[in-house]
Design a protein around this ligand. Structure first.
Ligand code: SF4
Ligand code: SF4
Length: 371
């Protein structure tokens, strides 16, 4: 409910039931990233989220939920949580806030007089399908990288060094807006995405990025002589990059900082455009540290990506600084473009949505044999 940018969720103050109004949903799927219990499910055909209603219409008439009523084995119960029998801790069910409102009744132990059941062959744990993949998120990959390039170009312009001609800037800005809307299930309702600025980082990202594009185009295309607009537009652009990074907080795991965070990318690129060596060296060193510590932690999975990221993003700029100082900035920008693209691909490939099924398949994975 807090994550939804379109205010499509509501909570009944009396019963506590969280309900979803599909007519308000823009199909951004962000709520399914934020919910650790996999409650919202995306309806591909309608392009909106769906969710259990807890049969609020039946409860209003004093009836029990239909699934409880219909279950032929009586496996489901319903009532005030505190009065329900059982234990809170289900196998693999994430115990994050707000906490699962469910009790599990453990199976009864087998009476000793009964013969032991035949041993079944251990089942291989089927991996849970991933909710975020590089293939599914490529429009957001393109949007976030373009946002970093455009904010850095605006900062460069504010310092008196235009990075892109205004026409190219405008084309890239339009392309970034199109990319950002491609993953929405309901594109015509995209305007609703700004409604939850108070609580949703996605709403804040959209408001800030739209303001950045509007201000930058106003300055570059319509009022090129209004130079006092350049710096505020760049500042709003960097605020938008900060908001973009916060959108991924719910799926980035324990890492608060990532070498591919777009705010860092934007500042690094701005330093390169402007030719401010101290900021380039500081951001480059921070990114290298974050990248190497992550790679060491994950045992250098995908070594070919690491070679490309390190070679293009770090080795090439440093080498060309000494070998071709005249054109060093161009080499560094080209190398950074490749390095940041690879790192951002790895960022999306590494995002994980917490789900009960994912946790259960993890906890039911075959254990290593005892020594
Ligand atoms: S607008 Fe997005 S976050 Fe809100 S219900 Fe729809 S898919 Fe979920
Ligand atoms: S039948 Fe059960 S699962 Fe379906 S909406 Fe009602 S409470 Fe939710």
């Amino acid at each position: 409910m807090a994550a939804c940018p379109a205010l499509a969720y509501a909570k009944d103050p009396e019963s506590g039931i969280v309900s979803l109004d599909a007519d308000r949903c823009i199909g951004c799927r962000y709520c399914s990233w934020a919910c650790p219990y996999d409650a919202p499910r995306f309806d591909q055909e309608r392009g909106v989220m769906t969710k259990c209603t807890f049969c609020s219409h039946r409860q209003a008439e004093g009836l029990r939920p239909a699934c409880v009523e219909q279950c032929p084995t009586g496996a489901l119960g319903f009532g005030d949580l505190a009065s329900l029998p059982g234990v809170e801790d289900g196998v693999g069910l994430p115990t994050l806030a707000p906490g699962p409102s469910i009790r599990f009744v453990p199976g009864r132990p087998r009476p000793p007089e009964l013969a032991a059941p035949p041993q079944a062959a251990p089942m291989a744990a089927e991996p849970a399908p991933r909710k975020i993949t590089l293939r599914s998120e490529w429009p957001l990959l393109g949007f976030t990288l373009l946002a970093a390039w455009l904010a850095s170009a605006q900062a460069s312009l504010a310092s008196g060094r235009p990075a892109f001609p205004p026409t190219l800037f405008a084309l890239l800005a339009v392309a970034s807006l199109v990319l950002s809307s491609l993953h929405l299930g309901q594109k015509l309702r995209a305007w609703r995405a700004i409604l939850n600025v108070r609580r949703s980082w996605l709403s804040r990202e959209i408001v800030l990025y739209s303001a950045f594009v509007g201000l930058a185009l106003l300055h570059q295309v319509l009022l090129p002589n209004a130079t006092r607009l350049a710096a505020p537009a760049a500042a709003v652009g960097f605020a938008a990059l900060f908001a973009i990074d916060r959108v991924y907080d719910v799926v980035r795991g324990s890492r608060r900082l990532h070498s591919a965070d777009v705010l860092g990318t934007g500042i690094l690129l701005a330093g390169l455009w402007i030719g401010h060596l101290p900021s380039v060296a500081a951001l480059g060193a921070l990114k290298l540290y974050l990248y190497l510590t992550r790679k060491i932690e994950d045992g250098f999975k995908r070594p070919q990506w690491a070679v490309l990221r390190l070679g293009a993003g770090f080795v090439l700029p440093v080498a060309m600084y000494f070998l071709d100082p005249e054109r060093w900035r161009l080499w560094a920008l080209a190398g950074t473009a490749v390095g940041e693209l690879v790192d951002r691909c790895e960022f999306y490939a590494g995002l994980r949505v917490l789900t009960p099924r994912g946790e259960m398949s993890f906890s039911s994975a075959p254990k290593p044999a005892a020594a």
